[in-house]
Design a protein around this ligand. Sequence first.
Ligand SMILES: [Zn+2]
Length: 184
Amino acid sequence: MPEAASLTKLSDISLPQAVPFRGVMLPVLATPTPFSFSRVTVRNNALQLALSSLPRDNRELAGHIVAQIDGWLRAQARRALCEEVERQKQQYGFSYNSVAIKDTRSRWGSCSGKGNLNFSWRLIMAPDEVLNYVVTHETAHLSHLNHSSDFWNLVRERCPGFRKAKSWLQSNGASLMNWKLSVR
Ligand SMILES: [Zn+2]
């Protein structure tokens, strides 16, 4: 009975209590499934982890859970950031070269002179307004590759609440940069 075996093992594992996602803390619920692959979904304001019934020892199971949630967060980040860049492109008519999602610990985003946009996947843990502000900031660099008053005027025009988003990052940014999923 693989399902029963997974259940026993799950009780030996201490799951993360909550995962920050789009500005809220989602409690983590894990249940075994008879399928050979695991799946992460958000349902009923919780992060639901359906764990495959493949046999694993406790260490493997902990590593598998971390990889599942981590991969899911990064995929959500990629989708949200690419969608917001495209939405702004449609609205403002700029052009860019590429979007890359990275795990940079020192900055939330960057924009190169060649029009390559880079973002930290950790932005998916912040409220949407904050993610949108960072996208606005970097895409505004497509017009002004500096922090001149023309640059900030463009940011203000496209994102009137940018000061609030900036101060949110000042208060909470470090904890998101250092956030690490722990499963033992
Ligand atoms: Zn900048």
